[in-house]
Design a protein around this ligand. Structure first.
Ligand SMILES: O=C(O)CCC(=O)C(=O)O
Ligand SMILES: [Fe+2]
Length: 384
């Protein structure tokens, strides 16, 4: 059967006129049949992530809230079913559209034009611009390339006069709508965690605002196909093991490749499980994969966990697919102090005299450390 996730989509020629309507004709009509994930091959070791319902979370279901808290205090990874609520369905549809837009643009726009969508000058802060790891001589991305749509520039307008490049501008309304809806879902999840943690109500709403400077982003990643048999890309991760330097990450993915360590993984160091500890995560239609990032263990002094993960080339014949994912992240506002919150459920830090970094300083330092570690280990790509 022809793979529905990679069949030719209606051509989407970027128009030069900027659109203000998220459903304008530059965005393809949504056809759910085009977005059925490719089933993971039988027999692979998988991590069957727990499934949570967005409708239940929105209706204040206490059991579901407890489940989310329990997961986040163990692995920090779960599937969120988006199909049982209109907000979720809209988010899924828009993520599917963003996938198509990203796939089309990254495979057709010349490399020089993509590169002109500049990243920030600070090393490793990957919230803005086009990035590509390990380009082959002919300028084709080998491991992964990504379009990073900065939330700050679209909402907080942190750089006066900054705008998306002309080839992305027609999709600005779509990108803003996704970020607005994903932020709403982020707030629902953080609100649940906040309640279970017994911290002051409204803490996460105040510290994770949509229109404050945060370095949050929407990222569309493309893992180009591997057409031949033997290829070094099959043997090494496309994105090395890491934890996201965010509060929460929400991932839409249609082709296998994401892996997380099993619960009883043998760890060689804090980011290196043994090879046989990795399990595949099955892409599921209508679900997004949610994980907590590095700021949550800081706010909760280790009560909540940041999920370790990596991306490898899809299995066997699926390596020939053009794998595209859509990732939304929420980070704390720049000025938020990166220290444990006050709560009977959160152990207090002993050394209260320690200087507390702002989220911006903390993010820069953690990202820099990841960057230096990756450089030292000869890796190409880092995730921020
Ligand atoms: O593409 C994926 O499946 C995950 C990407 C990822 O982990 C990242 O960009 O931080
Ligand atoms: Fe990640």
């Amino acid at each position: 059967m022809e793979n529905p996730a990679v069949e030719t989509q209606a051509p989407m020629n970027p128009k030069s006129d900027a659109s203000t309507d998220a459903n304008a004709d530059v965005v393809p009509t949504f056809d759910p049949n085009n977005f059925n994930p490719v089933p993971l091959p039988e027999g692979l070791p998988t991590y069957d992530l727990p499934k949570v319902s967005i409708a239940k979370l929105l209706s204040g279901d206490k059991e579901e809230a407890k489940t989310v808290f329990h997961i986040c205090s163990k692995t920090g990874f779960f599937y969120l079913n988006l199909m049982d609520h209109p907000l979720g369905r809209k988010l899924w549809e828009n993520a599917c559209k963003a996938r198509n837009v990203g796939q089309h643009l990254m495979s057709t726009i010349p490399l020089e034009d993509k590169k002109a969508f500049l990243m920030r000058p600070e090393k490793g802060v990957l919230d803005r611009g086009f990035s590509s790891s390990s380009s082959a001589n002919e300028g084709i991305a080998r491991a992964v390339e990504s379009l990073n749509i900065p939330r700050d520039e679209l909402f907080a307008k942190t750089t006066p006069g900054w705008e998306l490049p002309a080839w992305l501008r027609p999709y600005e309304a779509l990108f803003k709508e996704i970020q607005t809806d994903a932020h709403a879902v982020e707030q629902i999840i953080l609100g649940i965690l906040e309640k279970e943690l017994e911290v002051e109500p409204g803490t996460f709403a105040r510290t994770h605002q949509l229109d404050a400077p945060t370095y949050s982003f929407l990222r569309i990643l493309r893992y180009p196909p591997i057409l031949g048999g033997a290829d070094e890309m099959r043997e090494r991760p496309r994105v090395f093991a890491h934890r996201d330097v965010v509060s929460i990450a929400m991932l839409f993915t249609w082709v296998g490749g994401l892996q997380i360590p099993k619960d009883d993984a043998v760890m060689l160091d804090s980011v290196t499980p043994t090879e046989d500890s990795w399990l595949w995560v099955r892409p599921e239609p209508g679900y997004m994969i949610v994980n907590l990032g590095d700021s949550m263990p800081v706010f909760t002094n280790g009560v909540l966990k940041s999920g370790l993960h990596r991306v490898v080339t899809a299995h066997e014949n699926q390596a020939q697919l053009d794998r595209v994912s859509v990732l939304f992240t929420g980070r704390p506002n720049w000025e938020v102090p990166m220290a444990p919150l006050v709560s009977p459920k959160i152990p207090a830090t002993r050394e209260s005299s320690q200087t507390v970094e702002s989220c911006k300083e903390w993010g820069d330092n953690v990202i820099k450390a990841y960057y230096l570690d990756n450089v030292q280990k000869g890796r190409i790509r880092i995730s921020a």
